[in-house]
Design a protein around this ligand. Structure first.
Ligand code: MN
Length: 218
């Protein structure tokens, strides 16, 4: 079975195996998140890429290694969208997802916007910049993080895993709208854009091992 559609209470989830379907456009700004086997892009494989146009529908692409009957990272439609200069990728903590996508597909993932960077630039009164906290406080949505550390390498993902994975992209457009207004209010939108422009290079540095010590550190 290549395609599965789940209808949740307030969302529709499409699970695609191996790649996005031909001809699917998700508009000029796509919310993107990834699930991996762990936090080391050199060691831990990319298992799932979640996307949403911000319309209550999530598209989940499951990448399955050839040894398990899949196509690995042979996903030209997905890779093309992630590299498309006409499609802005909206992420939360883009530094991780961009590195993972660049490592997996050998692309430059740009342009990118990051809700975590935006939150850190304007919400300086708190150190709580997690997606769950931001969605609760700015969008009024309570995200479950129960499946965060589950086994994303299982070829048969549970409906709980799919619902959790989808929820990480379904509210990013709404969250970005709130944060963009705050960036404008605090006159930091231009600074945020400069940070976003640098993200693909920051991720290349990370992948090359320049994150420790940081080249910007003394
Ligand atoms: Mn996630």
């Amino acid at each position: 079975m290549a395609e599965v559609t789940l209808f949740m209470a307030n969302a529709t989830i499409h699970l695609h195996r191996h790649d996005l379907p031909d001809g699917l456009s998700l508009g000029p700004t796509v919310a993107v998140d990834t699930e991996t086997m762990g936090l080391n892009p050199h060691r831990d494989r990319l298992c799932l890429v979640q996307l949403s146009a911000g319309d209550g529908t999530a598209h989940l692409v499951q990448l399955i290694p050839a040894e398990l009957g899949g196509r690995g990272y042979d996903a030209p439609n997905l890779a093309g969208m992630m590299a498309d200069p006409g499609v802005t990728k909206l992420m939360h903590f883009a530094r991780f997802d961009v590195a993972v996508l660049q490592q997996a597909f050998g692309i430059t993932c740009a342009p990118v916007k990051c809700t975590k960077i935006a939150a850190k630039l304007v919400r300086t009164f708190t150190d709580r910049h997690g997606l769950k906290d931001l969605c609760r406080e700015l969008v009024g949505v309570d995200l479950s993080k129960q499946q965060q550390t589950s086994d994303w390498g299982n070829p048969e993902l549970t409906s709980d895993q799919l619902a959790y994975a989808a929820s990480d992209v379904l509210y990013l457009h709404a969250l970005w709208a709130k944060l963009e207004a705050l960036l404008v209010r605090e006159n930091r939108l231009e600074l945020a854009e400069a940070c976003y422009s640098f993200l693909p290079a920051r991720c290349r540095l990370d992948l090359l091992g320049y994150e420790q010590p940081d080249i910007f550190a003394h």
